[in-house]
Ligand binder design. Structure first.
Ligand SMILES: C[S@@+](CC[C@H](N)C(=O)[O-])C[C@H]1O[C@@H](n2cnc3c(N)ncnc32)[C@H](O)[C@@H]1O
Length: 214
């Protein structure tokens, strides 16, 4: 996180109380260093689904299903469905279990596939696509999902400010050079695409929010 921990904690305090299951998942993610969205970002995802009345939702990068729970909660209100994919079978199985516990599994289709192989095969369009898989592949995902977003549909991408290191002049370990470069390329390309209106929101690890023109 690149802004004061106190700010994220303050944002968290403003959220509705989280049910035990979400708190359990946060604990598991922390213990096993599985990167998941912050509670504020999860809440934002649910809100976005509801605000855009998204019916067809695609998530790239499920992990243990923490963000999927929020997307599915939104879908429960809109009458929508979430199609979530992750190439890690173990994590996906755990996600399915958690979604069952949350009573939301009936709203989610789980797919164990590499997004780079799976996305080119998709033919339907989505009202909201949430990108949260390999950071070095964001630009590839962008090419593949642009035609999959319905007119007026929304793209949300997590980690786009990558601990703030995406900001020119930031100091970070050389081993992150490639990842930071990829994220800069992703944002630069997204900002230039004539199909989208884009906003970057500096909370969590940085969120890109883009709406495809109608
Ligand atoms: C940051 S985690 C997702 C966290 C989840 N969205 C959440 O907030 O609860 C990224 C996940 O993307 C998956 N992943 C990475 N590259 C992928 C690819 N090319 N195709 C499918 N899944 C991928 C990893 O296995 C990992 O579980």
């Amino acid at each position: 996180m690149f802004y004061p921990f106190e700010l994220e904690r303050y944002l968290e305090e403003l959220l509705p109380a989280r049910e035990g299951l979400l708190q359990e998942m946060e604990g598991v993610a922390l213990e096993e260093t599985i990167p998941v969205v912050t509670p504020a970002v999860g809440h934002f995802l649910e809100l976005m689904v509801k605000m855009t009345d998204a019916k067809r939702i695609l998530e790239i990068g499920t992990a243990i299903g923490y963000s999927t729970v929020y997307l599915a909660r939104g879908a429960a209100e809109t009458g929508g469905r979430v199609y979530t994919l992750d190439m890690n079978r173990g994590r996906l199985n755990r996600a399915e279990e958690y979604l069952k516990k949350a009573g939301l599994a009936h709203l989610v289709d789980f797919s164990c596939e590499n997004a780079l192989h799976c996305l080119p095969k998709l033919t339907e369009t989505y009202d909201l696509i949430f990108v949260d898989a390999a950071k070095g592949e964001y630009l590839d995902y962008l090419d593949l999902i642009t035609p999959l977003i319905s007119p007026g549909g929304v793209l949300v991408a997590d980690n786009v400010l990558f601990r703030g290191w995406v900001v020119p002049g930031s100091v970070f370990d050389q081993k992150y050079d490639r990842m930071v470069g990829c994220m800069r390329d992703f944002l630069q390309n997204l900002a230039c695409l004539p199909e989208f209106e884009v906003s970057v929101l500096p909370f969590g690890d940085g969120i890109a929010l883009a709406r495809k023109n109608k």
